[in-house]
Design a protein around this ligand. Structure first.
Ligand code: 5AD
Ligand code: SF4
Length: 449
């Protein structure tokens, strides 16, 4: 493979994002930035002059995938695209990446990607193109406005970073401290997304419910205030938000779930473990009981709300009894869906050096049991929606002609045969049947709502 960077200005690019929804959002913003520079997107990485790998560092495999992807970026004629590594691996490893993978031309962290065009110039000129600064000025101000066409659903970053320092997690180091974007910047971007075709916006942040700001009148606002302001944007039908921390679940936000129909009845509220001993070692700063009480209040405000969570099995020191408590919090909560992971030691985090690291076989066994419990609940939740009449926002084509797939208010995928309906329509549907991962529905009337 050629070891030297390509010798002509890149005209085409391909952005590949791994990991969380914020990376998807960042990937879109980088694409817009490159388009602004006159470059155009291509769908295959080897056809691109520049490949941006927008990486994730949250668990082991995510970073390993990136290195094997870098190895595959070689063309048969011995050339290769210019390669930029962005995202959280770039932030965590910096210049070390280009030492380990010599074909990497650019390393750019999540708070510096607005400088990507300048880094391309540096790489072309043979200068070191590594930027993992966390500048005081927000990258958002340097990014172009959102004028490109949007699909029916869009992500909008409102908050970034984390001050919680859970002992297993790299996010506070890779994404930096908690920062809230200003009220007016968020509302402007939301209006632009709606003008560009979005009917649903998901507000995203590592601790999205920690968002704070001031409205036009200088009043202090939280995420609930932002949801009310978004609700008044004509054409915006649905509002979602993710990911929330239990400690930032304010009464105002809980009440917004009761009072604001456009705020979808879905809450992703990670708990990580059901054992107080492990929660303490994780530095989660909530207990099993305080978490369950929040869930109770949320359900009292919005009885049909779908709950979602994240779990880690095999955190250092986790005993069988601790794990049983995780299984029991799942049984008690009856989640609509969950993500569950084996603990992965991350260099530089406190948990990586803790005693009592759990053997792989034990983690495998616990993950299997946890996932079986979660899948059973997810199926039960889906079955409970059979017979309901609800709205579905159509997002994409299904596998067969005439089929469209959209989402219910509870974030379930719903497959419908909807003659005459189009992607982007919000239609009324009768839910006919349910599997573990999706529902089938029939439109109530042929016309779009
Ligand atoms: N190992 C395993 N899972 C982790 N998560 C975060 N850090 C780790 C880690 N070191 C999980 C948590 C978090 C989700 C985004 O990823 O469950 O909520
Ligand atoms: Fe990581 Fe904990 Fe912050 Fe979530 S709250 S991003 S798990 S440190």
């Amino acid at each position: 493979m050629s070891q030297s960077p390509p010798d002509r200005q890149p005209k085409t690019f391909h952005v590949k994002s791994y990991g969380c929804q914020m990376n998807v959002y960042d990937g879109e913003r980088m694409a817009e930035l490159l388009q602004e520079r006159g470059m155009s997107a291509v769908s295959e990485s080897l056809d691109a002059d520049l490949v941006v790998l927008n990486t994730c560092h949250i668990r082991e495999k995510a970073a390993e995938k990136v290195y094997s992807e870098i190895g595959r970026l070689a063309r048969e004629d011995g050339t290769r695209p210019m390669i930029a590594v962005a995202g959280c691996v770039a932030q965590a490893e910096g210049a070390e990446i280009s030492r380990r993978a010599r074909t990497v031309d650019i390393v750019v962290g999540p708070q510096a990607y607005h400088r990507l065009p300048g880094l391309i110039d540096d790489a072309m000129a043979g200068r070191a193109a590594v930027d993992t600064d966390m500048p005081a000025a927000s990258k958002f101000e340097a990014l172009p406005g959102r004028t490109r066409r949007s699909g029916p659903t869009a992500f909008l970053t409102v908050q970034e970073g984390c001050d919680k320092f859970c002992t297993y997690c790299v996010v506070p180091y890779t994404r930096g401290a908690e920062v809230s974007r200003p009220w007016s910047a968020i509302l402007d971007e939301a209006r632009a997304l709606v003008d560009a075709g979005a009917r649903e916006i998901t507000l995203i942040g590592q601790n999205v419910n920690a968002w704070t700001g001031e409205d036009e009148a200088g009043r202090k606002q939280g995420l609930d205030g932002l949801a009310y302001a978004l609700d008044s944007i004509p054409g915006l039908a649905r509002i979602r938000y993710t990911t929330s921390h239990p400690n930032d679940m304010t009464q105002g936000l809980i009440e917004a779930h009761r009072d604001l129909p456009s705020l979808m009845p879905f809450l992703h509220l990670p708990v990580q473990s059901g054992s107080d001993r492990i929660l303490k070692a994780m530095n989660r700063s909530h207990t099993r009981d305080s978490y369950l009480r929040i869930i109770e209040r949320v359900r009292a405000a919005r009885p049909d709300i779908a709950l979602s969570g994240d779990f880690i099995v095999g955190f250092p020191g986790e005993t069988d009894a601790d794990f049983e408590e995780t299984l029991s919090i799942v049984r008690e909560t009856r989640y609509a869906q969950c993500y569950s992971f084996k603990y992965s030691p991350r260099a530089g985090t406190p948990a990586a050096d803790m005693d009592g690291q759990i053997p792989a076989e034990v983690m495998d066994e616990r993950l299997k049991r946890l996932q079986a419990a979660i899948t059973a609940d997810q199926h039960a939740f889906n079955r409970a929606t059979v017979g309901k009449r609800t709205t579905v926002l159509l997002e994409r084509k299904g596998r067969y002609p005439g089929q469209l797939i959209g989402k219910s208010p509870w974030l379930q995928s719903v497959v419908v045969e909807a003659e005459g309906a189009q992607i982007g329509d919000l239609i009324e549907v009768d839910i006919l049947s349910a599997g573990p991962n999706s529902l089938a529905g029939a439109p109530v009337a042929a016309q779009a709502a």
